[in-house]
Ligand binder design. Structure first.
Ligand code: IMP
Length: 421
């Protein structure tokens, strides 16, 4: 049984927590795209964990965790994350596997990321500054270094020297910081020695696990609307964040996918720049005042708005979502009225799917269906039938609009604040 979990919005749908809950029924969890631009927050009892590259399954002692070849890995950040887990008593030896084909994020990728953003002035993407775009750029240009290169110090040293030379020419041309290979070589060789026992062919491992009938959960990072092909381009990340991306990024054959779950927040948020038709600054103010909606990776306040069924229907279509897990329902607890955008108006026309041109999406006006709020605390509720009638009506309305059942509901950050319908 192989299950894919994808974000149905612009990321931060609470996937880390849903993965943590679903992991109870799985033998292994796989990350297949993105890098440490992702931030998955999981609470286990009183302890908070923020994971960036390591799959959230690491918090369940019996679960295997794999980081597939579609990811991009900052080896220093990953080594730091693993050491932090060890300090908190979590064992990773024999449980964590890193693809030898995953591309490495290098210090010069961060320089290029930040340099391009600074030069973009009014056209910034609002990236996380982690060097993700330039790393995927090098991968596509076939000049990248991969995790397997960490295993041979001489080869790694020569590759770093050659690439740094090229990149510094570009950096000097633009007036950006240059980087120095001796420091990078020392740091990356050390990280390579630390990570070596974890590096393997994860695609083959997934294949073997599948053949043995093991249950694997594939944990998407970011969300559908940040997908490099289907998202709100150019305000997207540089990988395929959709269900298909989990196959290409892990080596899971598409005919071995059994179920696709969409993670969805009860409202919408996005970090970084780009169009957001249902953006509602008042809702953002309310959520920020409650201490919610600050980025797990960068700490940036997230932009917030109403649920957008136009974008969600698109996410259902291109991912093939079989069921939804909804999170942060409790974020709406105090509101008297809740909106759901069911269509857009654009220059006198009604649209039920998002336009490709970014200028058109900026010009779209949402058409709202209004639901009555429930104005009561849902955080202690543990079953669908205990939810206030207006909360149930909101969820039922959503299911009708999206044509997909909501099977999992989350009313708080903790494991126990989750129930199934
Ligand atoms: P990058 O992935 O750092 O290149 O950033 C590109 C865009 O994706 C920016 O708008 C980021 O804010 C957004 N982004 C990247 N990772 C995440 C995430 O995990 N959650 C939400 N947004 C993200």
């Amino acid at each position: 049984m192989n299950t894919l979990l994808v974000g149905a919005q612009w990321g931060d749908e609470g996937k880390g927590k849903i993965v943590d809950v679903l992991t109870e029924q799985h033998d292994a969890v796989v990350r297949a795209q993105g890098g440490n631009n992702a931030g998955h927050t999981v609470w286990v009892g009183p302890r908070k964990y923020v994971l960036h590259l390591v799959p959230s399954g690491i918090l369940r002692p019996d679960c295997l965790c794999l980081i597939g070849h579609g990811t991009v890995i900052d080896p220093l950040a990953l080594a730091g994350e693993i050491k932090a887990l060890h300090r908190r008593g979590i064992n990773t030896k024999g449980r964590l596997f890193i693809s030898d084909r995953a591309h490495l994020v290098m210090p010069y990728h961060r320089v290029l990321d930040l340099g391009r953003e600074a030069a973009a002035k009014g056209k910034k993407i609002g990236t996380t500054g982690r060097g993700i775009g330039p790393t995927y750029n090098d991968k596509a240009s076939r000049v990248g270094l991969r995790a397997g290169d960490l295993l041979d110090a001489d080869h790694l040293t020569a590759s770093i020297r050659a690439r740094v030379k090229e990149v510094n020419v570009l950096a000097k041309h633009h007036g950006w910081d240059t980087v120095h290979s001796p420091r990078i070589i020392i740091d990356y060789c050390a990280a390579g020695r630390f990570l070596a026992p974890y590096i393997t062919d994860t695609a083959l491992k997934i294949n073997t696990l599948t053949a043995r009938g093991k249950k694997i959960l594939f944990e998407g990072a970011q969300g559908t609307l940040l997908d490099i092909d289907c998202g709100t381009y150019p305000y997207v990340t540089s990988s395929n964040t959709t269900a298909a991306g989990l196959c290409t990024g892990s080596g899971l054959p598409p005919n071995r996918v059994d179920k696709i779950i969409g993670a969805l927040k009860a409202y919408t948020s996005r970090v970084g720049e780009g169009p957001f038709p249902t953006e509602a600054p008042d809702l953002a103010d309310l959520l920020h005042a409650l201490g919610r909606e600050f980025g797990a990776t960068t700490g940036r306040p997230r932009r917030c708005g109403w649920l957008d069924a136009v974008l969600l229907r698109y996410a259902v279509a291109i991912n093939g979502i079989d069921e939804f897990a909804i999170t942060n329902l409790d974020g709406l607890d105090t509101l008297p009225v809740i909106n759901i955008a069911t269509a857009y108006r654009l220059r006198g026309k009604t649209l039920t799917a998002p336009p490709a041109a970014i200028e058109d999406l900026y010009a779209c006006q949402p058409v709202y269906q209004t639901c009555e709020g429930w104005q009561s605390d849902t955080t202690k509720i543990r079953s669908f039938n205990q939810l206030p009638p207006n909360a149930r009506a909101y969820l039922r309305a959503l299911e009708q609009i999206l044509g997909v059942n909501i099977k999992t509901i989350s009313v708080g950050p903790r494991r126990e604040q989750t129930f199934h319908t």
